[in-house]
Write a protein that binds this ligand. Structure first.
Ligand code: ZN
Length: 372
């Protein structure tokens, strides 16, 4: 199931390196092309395609290996975008966010030529930026085009692909959390968004063998699942289809890293380990038949999830860490996370249930042993 043109976004997969639909749509226009030193070789290919289509190309190359979307960088790229009809990023999270922001300020469309299957924010309408040293998320507009050459993404640093896979494997617990909230609080489920995400997760898991070999067709399934997450969220109007207890753990840790001024490990890597923790909590509730509302249905939901060992082995197979200590999380922080992560968002998850039932004290030793 590979999506093309969803939610008004041109999602174009390339088979021979070209993107005819996109290039025809911008022929003869003035385009700002944003990239950094990591994505420069791919930007050079895009530059040639645009020049061949009579475009006037304004190139902005950031000389950074780890680009941060700070005000001065956004201002510079924004200044260079004056008079442009379109802003195209060649990159993943940061460059896409900058392109979305700059294009929004200039009142023109943006697009991204994806260079890594690292996160599920490609088609989101938010832009995560740095302002005054703080991370802020501006509400802008989703990109008009997402250009995917699986050959390029196949060659991305493997940690990035592992992170993208971690973000997708997290949809198991995130979708389960949604059902859990439905069982406990009667929160409605947007069935179309739910099944769209569930099917994309299934297709990605089916492609797992190919993913470990970095086969282009499998990488396309992973990319599709990441894009689907964005589309499901847009459908729902919130992040419920893509973000549950595993994400709340990641957000909690992110704030802690930021407070300490330490580098933040990739989003999907934290989400992958958080998924293992959430699976462990579901298993505990079912195995110990912890009394709760609609208990039998909650146990059945827990039993419908894959077991921790299977998911852990899949993450290991992708080269992803499976313990929080491996990514620099302090023991004390992880302990606090287990008790407090449910408070970072006003959203009911298995972490909220665990807090309500007061069972974390009984589980914590086992969880720390397995995942710290
Ligand atoms: Zn995510």
């Amino acid at each position: 199931m590979i999506l093309t043109d969803r939610a008004g976004i041109n999602i174009e997969y390339s088979e021979d390196g070209g993107f005819p639909r996109f290039v025809n749509s911008v022929a003869g226009k003035r385009i700002e092309l944003l990239y950094d030193i990591n994505t420069e070789p791919y930007a050079a290919r895009m530059y040639e395609m645009l020049i061949a289509a009579d475009c006037d190309v304004v190139e902005v190359e950031f000389p950074d290996e780890e680009l941060l979307p700070t005000e001065d960088k956004c201002d510079f790229a924004g200044w260079a975008a004056k008079g442009c009809d379109y802003v195209l990023a060649v990159g993943s999270g940061t460059l896409n966010d900058m392109a979305k922001y700059i294009a929004f300020c200039e009142g023109v469309p943006s697009g991204v030529m994806a260079t890594a299957a690292s996160m599920d924010g490609y088609c989101s309408s938010g832009a995560a930026l740095m302002r005054g040293g703080f991370k802020v998320t501006d509400s802008v507009r989703a990109p008009r085009d997402i250009l995917i050459d699986p050959e390029i993404i196949r060659c991305a640093p493997r940690e990035l692909t592992a992170a993208g896979f971690g973000d997708i494997i997290g949809k198991y617990t995130c979708l389960a959390d949604w059902k859990l909230s439905n069982l406990i609080n009667g929160e409605p489920i947007h069935t179309e968004a739910y099944s769209l995400m569930e099917r994309a997760l299934g297709a990605c898991i089916e492609a797992y063998g190919g993913l470990t070999e970095y086969r282009a067709d499998a990488i396309a399934e992973l990319m599709d699942a990441l894009i689907t997450a964005g589309i499901s969220m847009a459908m729902c109007g919130n992040s419920r289809p893509a973000s549950g207890s595993e994400h709340h753990q990641s957000h909690f840790l992110e704030m802690d890293f930021a407070r300490r001024g330490e580098p933040i490990p990739p989003h999907g890597i934290k989400v992958g380990i958080g998924t293992l923790v959430s699976l462990s909590i579901y298993k505990y509730i079912a195995d110990h038949r912890v009394p709760c509302k609609n208990a039998e249905q909650v146990y059945a939901l827990a039993r419908s999830l894959p077991d921790e060992e299977t998911v852990r082995d899949m993450l290991v197979g992708m080269g992803a860490p499976v313990r929080f200590s491996e990514i620099g999380v302090r023991e004390e922080t992880m302990r606090r996370m287990l008790f407090e992560a449910h408070t970072v968002r006003d959203r009911y998850t298995v972490l909220t249930l665990a807090a309500e039932l007061g069972i974390m004290d009984d589980m914590i030793a086992d969880i720390m042993e397995k995942y710290f």
